[in-house]
Write a protein that binds this ligand. Structure first.
Ligand code: ARG
Length: 466
């Protein structure tokens, strides 16, 4: 049951804030999502007040049992109504207000030497530590899906594109891995940020620090933080961890959008390399034949939303005066929104990839002999022709084939040697026209030959297993 209005401030006010201000100011609909973190922070704060001699054993016990009751109450209300019914302005006020009903006078001592400024910063950091782990887990699951496919489909050869024009044959797995590596780096970024996010601001007060002797390190440890923030003004002011998360989320969104775009193109009738299952496709209300990749289109579009949120929050921070200002309250709205969007996108992209079918024959049929023009140039290079000359020679070969109205493979051998005798015997030259032989030239690390692709898979598997 929601308590009636319990305010953390207002002693010197004779009137309530107007409803327009309340609507703009109240953050409970957003920050109720931090209720677990708020309770954790409050339990740890009470324990530290007690341990450092500022709270009696009885008051401490009453607060802890009161917080248990508040937790049960909040959980029941959230599951029943999907929101908290309090008229409190934020989650910190709601928890304290409810505690008053369950812990009596002891509740009035919980906020001793604490401010909502360090409380809000602490709750958000605690939440973020969970979010950083959850996104990493989700990305690793997606990477696992991509590795499974890359391993299974290593024999499939497909066209590789630059400028979206047919360029060179590649192993399909090499394409999948090209996106996988980008996601691996996103995980690395999130992991690296965790150290900076994992600093406890609690005990910073409103801005000046804690006037009562407490042990901030012990408190931080109790909350699972790796360290404490080193300056109380910085602690209540800093939202850099939120900026870092939003920026990484938007970069990850960009990665997913590029993957989505490739797959959308490959799923068109014109390409037809992949087909998505019903589970990951949608239909048209008018055209019965349509199978639309809406999921991946939403993933593609989400990158723009994530970038917008990241930019929006940096704009909020820019030029803010020191320490806490209410502008900072928007951190959670953007953080939660971006987190939810990113997690949905990873799940959908991963599901699409896990369940799609790949038409290897269609991919192969989109290869054409001119995609071996580079191979012909390398063929000449291996026979001593300087690359620039070889490039030119193959250009002449392509022009001649065009004049004759044939492709490179069908052009008579005599035409080749007439342009350049280094092309060699007919039998030798014919060996160039193999997709398999073409991709197998790229054995250097990071290339598209089987061994180089398998090596990438092995590296990523070893990294996942770490
Ligand atoms: N709801 C606020 C926030 O999330 C809590 C901090 C309020 N502090 C204050 N001085 N009004 O930022």
């Amino acid at each position: 049951m929601a308590t009636e209005s319990y305010k953390l401030w207002g002693g010197m006010f004779s009137e309530e804030p107007c409803s327009a201000l309340r609507r703009l100011n109240d953050s409970l609909p957003v920050d109720c999502r931090l209720y677990r973190e708020d309770l954790r922070g409050s339990r740890a704060w009470a324990a530290e007040l007690h341990a450092s001699g500022h709270l009696t054993a009885v008051d401490h016990r009453d607060i802890q049992t009161g917080l248990d009751k508040v937790e049960a109450e909040l959980e029941a209300e959230l599951s029943q109504h999907g929101r908290l019914l309090d008229s409190a302005e934020d989650i910190h006020s709601a928890v304290e207000g409810r505690l008053r009903a369950h812990a009596g006078a002891a509740a009035l001592r919980l906020h001793t030497a604490r401010s909502r400024n360090d409380q809000s910063a602490t709750d958000t950091r605690l939440w973020m530590l969970g979010a950083l782990e959850a996104v990493q887990r989700e990305l690793k699951d997606m990477i696992t899906v991509m590795l499974k496919r890359a391993e299974l489909e290593i024999d499939i050869i497909a066209p590789g594109y630059t400028h979206l024009q047919r360029a060179q044959p590649i192993r399909w797995s090499h394409f999948l891995l090209s996106h996988t590596w980008a996601l691996r780096d996103d995980v690395a970024r999130l992991k690296e940020q965790t150290g900076r996010a994992s600093r406890s601001p609690l005990g910073s007060g409103a801005l000046a620090g804690c006037a009562l002797g407490i042990d901030r390190s012990r408190l931080a440890q109790r909350l699972g933080f790796r360290d404490v923030t080193p300056n109380s003004m910085y602690a209540v002011s800093c939202r850099d961890h939120v900026v870092e998360f939003l920026n990484t989320a938007s970069l990850c969104g960009v990665h997913l959008s590029r993957l989505a775009e490739d797959l959308i193109i490959y799923s068109t009738q014109e390409f037809g390399f992949v087909k998505f299952t019903d589970e990951f496709s949608t239909g048209s209300s008018l055209m019965p034949q349509k199978r639309n990749p809406d999921g991946l289109e939403l993933v593609r579009g989400a990158a723009g939303l994530l970038m917008g949120d990241a930019f929006a929050f940096s704009c909020v921070l820019k030029g803010l005066p020191s320490t806490y200002n209410k502008d900072l309250q928007s951190d959670k709205e953007l953080l939660f929104r971006s987190y939810d969007k990113l997690m949905q996108c990873i799940k959908v992209a991963s599901g699409c990839i896990d369940t799609m079918s790949v038409d290897s024959a269609k991919a192969l049929s989109c290869l054409e002999p001119s995609m071996l023009a580079t191979d012909l140039a390398h063929w000449l290079v291996r026979r001593g022709v300087p690359f620039r000359a070889a490039h030119h020679t193959v250009g002449a070969v392509l022009r001649r084939a065009q004049e004759l109205g044939v492709d490179l493979q069908a052009m008579p051998h005599a035409e080749y040697v007439a342009i350049c005798p280094e092309f060699g015997s007919e039998e030798e030259l014919r060996s160039v026209f193999s997709w398999e032989a073409s991709v197998e030239q790229y054995t250097t690390a990071g290339g598209t030959a089987r061994a180089a692709v398998q090596d990438q898979i092995d590296q990523l598997k070893a990294w996942l297993a770490e």
